[in-house]
Write a protein that binds this ligand. Structure first.
Ligand code: ZN
Length: 190
C-alpha cells in the first residue's frame, strides 16, 4: 500500500486533529513537489501543458488509491511514538496486552507532554488529485486561484493561512522561481 509521510511541525496540530476525530476534522490534503524530469532522449514524448511548465514527474497517487499516513516514518524506527506538542521521537515500542513494551528508550521530551501518538496515523482514500504551480506568493493552475481560495487550500493542508503556507514551501523548495506540485485530498478509511 502506498504511504504518505509527514514531518513538518507546522501542520502537526491539524494532522493530529484528523487522527483524533477519525477524519471528521483536520488536515485532509497534502501538497507534494513534482520534481523536474529531463526526458531520456529528445524524441521522447514529453508534454508541455496549458500552464507552460514542462518535464515534471506525474503525480504518484490517483483518485481511489488507499494510502497509509505516517509521521516521520523515514527518520525513526518502526513503531515509534512521538510527542504531541512538538512531534519529537519519544520512544520506539509496541503495544502488547494494552501496555506499551518499550524497546528503545529515548530521553523524555522537553515539553513534558504525557500523551503520545503513534507513527502510523491511519488509512485514507484519495478523493481528488490536481496540479498547481506555486511561487512565493501566488498559485497558478488551469483554474483561477485567488484570495480566499488560496487560504482554503492552505487550511486544508494544515496551515493557519496562505502566508504560513507560502513561507513554509518557499523555505523548503525556494519558490523564487515557481515550482510544480501535486495536491492530494483524501477521506479517512480507518
Ligand atoms: Zn515535545
Amino acid at each position: 500500500m502506498p504511504a504518505l509521510n509527514f514531518s513538518a511541525e507546522e501542520i502537526l496540530p491539524e494532522l493530529l486533529k484528523f487522527f483524533d476525530t477519525e477524519g471528521k476534522e483536520g488536515k485532509n490534503q497534502t501538497i507534494r513537489i513534482l520534481k523536474e524530469e529531463i526526458p531520456d532522449t529528445p524524441e521522447d514524448t514529453y508534454y508541455e501543458d496549458a500552464m507552460g511548465a514542462d518535464f515534471h514527474k506525474k503525480p504518484r497517487l490517483k483518485v481511489g488509491d488507499e494510502v497509509t499516513l505516517y509521521w516521520k516514518q523515514r527518520t525513526s524506527p518502526k513503531d515509534s511514538w512521538f510527542c504531541r506538542r512538538c512531534g519529537a521521537l519519544k520512544y520506539s515500542g509496541k503495544l502488547m496486552y494494552g501496555m506499551v513494551v518499550i524497546e528503545k528508550t529515548k530521553p523524555e521530551c522537553d515539553c513534558g507532554v504525557r500523551y503520545d501518538f503513534p507513527q502510523k496515523l491511519g488509512k485514507v482514500k484519495i478523493t481528488e488529485v490536481f496540479e498547481i504551480d506555486m511561487d512565493n506568493h501566488n498559485i497558478k493552475s488551469t483554474s483561477g486561484w485567488r484570495g480566499e481560495k488560496i487560504n482554503i487550500l492552505a487550511r486544508m493542508d494544515g496551515f493557519k493561512n496562505a502566508s504560513f503556507m507560502f513561507r513554509w514551501f518557499d523555505k523548503q523548495y525556494d519558490l523564487s522561481t515557481p515550482k510544480r506540485f501535486a495536491v492530494y485530498r483524501w477521506e479517512w478509511i480507518k
